[in-house]
Structure formats: structure tokens, C-alpha cells
Write a new protein. Structure first.
Length: 99
């Protein structure tokens, strides 16, 4: 998986947050709204998310953690050292009827 440079993520996240503040200050301005949506779209593409809010959250997590930790958080794989039990549930292993 290719990840963007942290400097670029930080720059785009700052741009998104700045445009968000401007848009909240004047929500009726269509030019401001368009610029905000462009910033959100850029962040979505950069972070591989479909929603600007998710992309902003992912960007903040990415900047806060190491690349390895971020990749572990993004995947559904268990962390190293986590106990994984395979097989049937314990309750199903022995039943009173099976004796």
C-alpha cells in the first residue's frame, strides 16, 4: 500500500480545516462551499476514503502515529501478541447430551 508523505497530508489537512472554518462562517457563499468541497475531495483521494470527515480523521491518525501503527489500525488483522483462539466455541466443545 502506498502512503502519502506526511508533510503533504499535514498541508492538505490544514487546508481542509481552514476552508471548513471559512465555510462555517459564510455557508451561503457558493464559491466558499465549492473550495471547501474541493479541499475535502483532495483529502479523500489522498487518504483513500469516501467521506471527507473520515478522510480528515484518517489524516489525523496518520499524522499522530507511525506508518506501521497506522497500517495495523487500517487492516483487520490482529496485532502481534494478541491471542487468537481457533476452533469451536468452548460451550460447544462438551455438551451434557454428548457424554
Amino acid at each position: 500500500m502506498l502512503l502519502p508523505a506526511k508533510a503533504e497530508v499535514a498541508r492538505q489537512l490544514r487546508r481542509y480545516r481552514a476552508q471548513e472554518r471559512v465555510m462555517l462562517a459564510s455557508p451561503a457563499d457558493l464559491t466558499v462551499r465549492s473550495t471547501f468541497e474541493d479541499a475535502g475531495y483532495t483529502l479523500c483521494v489522498l487518504m483513500g476514503k469516501r467521506c471527507a470527515r473520515e478522510a480528515a480523521d484518517a489524516a489525523e491518525r496518520y499524522l499522530r502515529t507511525s506508518v506501521v501503527t497506522y497500517l495495523q489500525e487500517q487492516s483487520d488483522l490482529p496485532r502481534a501478541g494478541a491471542a487468537v483462539r481457533r476452533g469451536p466455541p468452548r460451550a460447544a466443545e462438551r455438551s451434557p447430551a454428548g457424554r
